[in-house]
Each structure stands twice: as structure tokens, then as C-alpha cells.
Write a protein that binds this ligand. Structure first.
Ligand code: SF4
Length: 333
């Protein structure tokens, strides 16, 4: 009996792929595999659980335990469309470590495990991704990165209608699509998304937008403070004293970024007042926007102000967004 593993993202396409595999290989061992960023919309779980139940397939859920905001805090980086490994570390690495090396992540959950047709669901498995014809250029790198597994992309090779698949299982599409998002990842908050995407988030999910705007701001301040301490010369700050200051920053922000506090604690280091010339305020932001021939950081606070003032142009076609599918094809150990 052959093994088939579907990279199940919570999106409509990977759901259609699962149905395609089930229809074509009804007697084989098929697994839905979902890597959780722990930053998802509640309705995503409704969708993946109903999908697994109605297709009568087992589903394995893995998570590394951090969400993208916690990861940025740990790395002291503000991710954007060019920099950022949230999808690599929270999805790609988790799945590679497991499927290629047998390493289980800290969080493991099963749904319908009794529907596995054989205990070993990895050996010789074919992997399936839900990327479509418009992302065909990603197919080669993904296949290369997943060797020696065979990788198949039914949405590229077949004419598959997501709406028909949803209807077949009487399944309601994930709510983020109803709200005009192009994917069902990270509750519409992708740190790699563009102006049009964030404009939609502000309009359709204003509380989430506001929280993300605040998190982006506090991340920037936290990263600035960290880098400031890094710039203090060694002869002015020994390693132990420097570590104490790093720990002070961690203490000031940790509860906030881990969702245990509404605001960060105030962090004012005595050294900042002692060496003000080392203070540099840098405009880190998730987005960039063309300005004077250059791409400059474009914080969500600025987008918010621009949307509200109505006299600054927002590029509604700049959707950008989820690096998840990209990263499955751009991974080096
Ligand atoms: S959807 Fe965006 S924020 Fe979420 S893991 Fe993927 S790249 Fe990161």
C-alpha cells in the first residue's frame, strides 16, 4: 500500500488536492498534514477538522510552539517581505525535521488517527502541495528540496474546481476568503503582506489590524533598544553588564509578545541617557513603499493614517503576502 501525504494548509486548494488524492488512490494510506503557526483564525480549525472528518482521512498537526510574533521577538527582528523565516521555521523546518529525520516537534495532535491504513505513513510517501498554475515556477525548487520524496502538484496539472470540491463535502469555505483575503493563513496578518492586504485587514478585522499595528510598533522599539545596547563599545560595557541590559529588555517585552500582558513594561536603561549619541531610531516595518525612487519602510501606523486621511494613495494591488508557499521551495539546511 502506498503512502500519500498532503500538505494541508487550511486553504481551499490543499483541500481540493486532498479530495483529488482520495478519489484517485482510495485504497492507499493518505494523511493530511497541517503545520500550525499558532497564529491562525479560529475558523481555520473548524475548516480543517470538518474537512478531515467529511473526507474520512486522518490528520496530523505539528507545531514548533511559537507564533510569528513570538519568533520575531526571540530573534529581535522585524520581518518583512525580504527578511523573515517565520514560515521556514514554523512550517518548513517542522515538516522537514519530521519527514526526513523523524524528529517530532514539541506540539503533536491527531485527528481521526484510527483512519490510518498503516502505521508507517512516511516510507516512500508521495507529497502533495496545493500550489496552482500561477505558481508553477515554484514547483521545481519544491521538488528539489523534498528529494528523495516524489512531489506532485495536482492543481497545476489538473482542472480542479475548489467550489465544486467544497460542495461535494457540503463544506463552508474558511471565513477569511469571505472577508476578501487571498489565503487562510495567520488570521490575515501575514508580516510579508502588502498595502492592499493590510488595507483589507483594517477594514474587515479592525481589532486585529490595531493589535498588529501596536505589535509592529513595539517590536520596532524593542529591536531598536537591543541594537542600541549592541553598539555600546566593549570598553564601556563589559559582557555581564551588557547581558543584564539585554535581560532587562526581554523582561520588559516578553509578557506582551507572548500575549500575557496588554502593554509592554516601560524600558528605560540608564545607559541610554548616558550615551545618547548611540541612539538611532530606525523605521523597521513589515511593509515597504516606494518613495523618492527608493523602497522605504512603511509602518502600519502610517498606512492607518494614510487610509484615514484619504488623500494618500494606497496601492490596493500590492497584496504581497504569504511567504509560506515560497519558502517550501527556498530552503537550505
Ligand atoms: S502567513 Fe505570513 S506571517 Fe504567517 S507564517 Fe506565513 S509568511 Fe509568516
Amino acid at each position: 500500500m502506498k503512502n500519500h501525504i498532503i500538505f494541508f494548509s487550511g486553504g481551499k486548494s490543499s483541500f481540493s488536492v486532498a479530495d483529488w488524492v482520495k478519489t484517485n488512490y482510495p485504497d492507499d494510506n493518505i494523511l493530511l498534514y497541517f503545520t500550525d503557526t499558532m497564529w491562525e483564525n479560529d475558523d481555520l480549525y473548524r475548516f480543517i477538522y470538518q474537512a478531515a472528518d467529511r473526507m474520512e482521512l486522518p490528520m496530523l498537526i505539528h507545531a514548533n510552539g511559537l507564533n510569528p510574533i513570538e519568533l520575531m521577538f526571540e530573534k529581535k527582528l522585524v520581518y518583512n517581505s525580504r527578511i523573515g523565516d517565520c514560515s521556514k521555521l514554523l512550517k518548513m523546518k517542522v515538516s522537514r525535521d519530521f519527514l526526513k529525520k523523524g524528529i517530532e516537534p514539541p506540539i503533536v495532535k491527531w485527528r481521526n488517527k484510527d483512519r490510518l491504513k498503516q502505521e508507517d505513513f512516511i516510507t516512500g510517501a508521495t507529497l502533495y502541495f496545493g500550489i496552482g498554475w500561477d505558481e508553477e515556477h515554484r514547483a521545481g525548487p519544491i521538488q528539489k528540496n523534498w528529494q528523495p520524496f516524489d512531489v506532485v502538484f495536482p492543481m497545476i496539472d489538473e482542472m480542479i474546481d475548489n467550489a465544486a470540491t467544497l460542495k461535494k463535502y457540503d463544506l463552508r469555505q474558511p471565513v477569511l476568503y469571505d472577508l476578501g483575503f487571498t489565503h487562510n493563513n495567520c488570521n490575515g496578518r501575514c508580516v510579508k503582506a502588502g498595502q492592499g492586504h493590510h488595507r483589507n485587514l483594517k477594514e474587515k478585522m479592525p481589532d486585529e489590524f490595531k493589535r498588529l499595528m501596536e505589535q509592529e510598533h513595539h517590536l520596532k522599539v524593542c529591536v531598536d533598544a537591543y541594537r542600541y545596547i549592541k553598539r555600546i563599545p566593549e570598553d564601556e560595557l563589559d559582557a555581564d553588564a551588557r547581558q543584564v541590559m539585554y535581560d532587562e529588555i526581554d523582561d520588559a517585552y516578553r509578557d506582551y509578545f507572548y500575549g500575557r500582558a496588554v502593554k509592554p513594561k516601560m524600558y528605560i536603561s540608564p545607559a541610554i541617557t548616558a550615551a545618547p549619541e548611540l541612539v538611532e531610531f530606525t523605521p523597521y516595518a513589515f511593509m515597504k513603499k516606494a518613495h523618492g525612487g527608493e523602497n522605504k519602510p512603511y509602518p502600519l501606523r502610517q498606512l492607518n493614517a494614510d487610509v484615514e486621511s484619504e488623500d494618500t494613495q494606497i496601492d490596493l494591488f500590492d497584496i504581497g503576502g504569504c511567504g509560506c508557499s515560497v519558502d517550501f521551495g527556498e530552503w537550505n539546511e
